[in-house]
Design a protein around this ligand. Structure first.
Ligand code: MN
Length: 451
């Protein structure tokens, strides 16, 4: 936001953390002093940047120390102020967060110089110390991308590429879908301006053509829910431009993208979600093979929802996503949603969720311990973690995430093989070099067992 003021930030913080507004204000005052006389390329006083970063964080209900670190994130880089100084005035956590963000801010994912490789490794492994460092960095990158027009064209390309390759996937992996979508679209606009424009126009036309029909459906769904005593919200979401681009590239026609439009239904609890599913299937016919239960089978980035694709009365398709309010917060903000739920204790819970439930993180730790060479480590992360993923099922129906092109050999260490080591996919015996396909059901059996 261009005309963001400190009062707007403080008002936001006041909504959920009345008692610590003064503390935040003192971080702003210090940042203001230290950035005095510095300007952004847009010509605005520099303070507008940390203020925007802190505001994005406050929108996610970030804790006090994270907001303070957001305000101070560039002071070590741009002034003589020290980490010790921050610790003395504020506390150790704020100092560590600012220091963590500073250490990774010089990184450059798109060049191969030794220093850049080392820094890139730092950003990726800093998830391990405190996931909040990465979240502040994402908020920082988001504001820099939103104001990319003021940079030189070479810088724009470099930042857009790095955002597409590193920051958008990172946002996805911590589950922050809203940030991921925005980062992708801005990057795409700079990387392929003509394609961006074309698809963006197509999206507008298609939205206006289907608007009336979908609005009618939404009204009908809402009415049916009310009649059945279910309280909830019904909204529409249109797929982001880059998401549409990827579908078109795979050969889909824009009218056949089954989730171009999503009707999002939020309900109070899980049993209401399943009841809504039954109700809408009676209103509109579902496409049978498009139903997905991510409530019982969460995605590997913790996403939960029921997905079903419906036939609209005009013959087009519309995806419907049904979930609880809590699940919707996680879809929007990912790990950061726990700030809202757990306030002061959120940090420990976020760190716990990341290390226990996020397959991305597990794989990262594996790669970190297997590769001492920075370049090799980054290549592995790029090829194994940030590339296109597929999902397969183990014998119990758990979802396993793997890079496209993975084989039985790659999955061997990821699933329970205590039953044996004879690979069976979808009920058929396969060789260890079998290349896994999406939704394969993989199990390992003892030799001689029937399958
Ligand atoms: Mn910054």
């Amino acid at each position: 936001m261009n005309n963001l003021t400190i009062d707007m930030l403080l008002d936001k913080v006041k909504q959920y953390n009345q008692s610590e507004v003064e503390y935040v204000k003192s971080a702003y005052d210090l940042a203001f002093q230290l950035h005095k006389g510095q300007f952004r390329q847009s010509g605005e006083p520099y303070i507008i940047h940390p203020l925007n970063v802190a505001y994005t964080l406050a929108c996610m209900y970030a804790d006090r120390d994270t907001i303070c670190a957001g305000l101070l994130h560039d002071v070590l880089e741009d002034s003589d102020f020290t980490k010790k100084g921050i610790e003395t005035i504020f506390n150790k956590d704020v100092a560590n967060l600012v220091d963590g963000v500073t250490k990774i801010s010089r990184m450059n994912f798109s060049t191969k110089q030794a220093q850049n490789l080392a820094n890139t490794r730092k950003i990726i492994t800093s998830l391990e110390n405190d996931v909040r460092i990465v979240i502040i960095k994402l908020a920082d990158r988001l504001h820099n991308m939103r104001t990319l027009e003021y940079k030189r064209p070479e810088k724009q390309q470099e930042n857009a590429l790095e955002t597409m390759e590193l920051f958008a996937p990172l946002a996805y992996y911590i589950g922050a879908y809203q940030i991921k979508s925005e980062l992708e679209d801005i990057s795409f606009r700079y990387l392929c301006p003509e394609k961006y424009q074309k698809i963006s126009d197509l999206r507008v036309i298609n939205t206006s053509q289907n608007n009336e029909e979908i609005t009618k459906m939404m009204v009908k769904i809402k009415r049916t829910m009310m009649k059945n005593g279910i309280i909830g919200d019904v909204n529409i979401r249109v797929k982001n431009v880059y998401g549409i681009y990827k579908q078109l590239k795979e050969g889909h026609d824009i009218n056949n993208i089954h989730d171009l439009f999503s009707i999002k239904i939020k309900a109070k609890n899980i049993s209401d979600c399943y009841q809504v599913l039954g109700l809408i299937h009676q209103l509109y016919k579902p496409v049978n093979n498009k139903f997905k239960d991510y409530i019982c089978n969460p995605k590997t980035n913790m996403y939960q929802s029921l997905h079903t694709t419906l036939f609209c009365p005009n013959g087009n398709l519309v995806q419907t996503q049904i979930r609880t309010y809590e699940m919707d917060d996680i879809d929007t903000y990912g790990l950061c949603a726990y700030w809202r739920t757990y306030r002061g204790n959120a940090r420990a819970i976020m760190q716990e969720k990341l290390t226990k439930e996020c397959q991305f993180y597990e794989s990262l730790v594996d790669l970190d311990s297997s590769f001492t060479d920075n370049e090799e480590f980054i290549n592995q992360v790029r090829n194994n973690l940030l590339s296109k993923q597929i999902y397969v099922y183990d014998a119990c129906g758990n979802i396993i995430e793997l890079p496209l092109g993975s084989t039985i050999n790659d999955i061997y260490f990821k699933i329970d093989v205590s039953c044996g080591n004879l690979p069976v996919v979808n009920g058929e015996k396969v060789s260890p070099s079998y290349i896994l396909k999406p939704k394969d059901r993989v199990k390992f059996l003892k030799k001689g067992t029937s399958y």
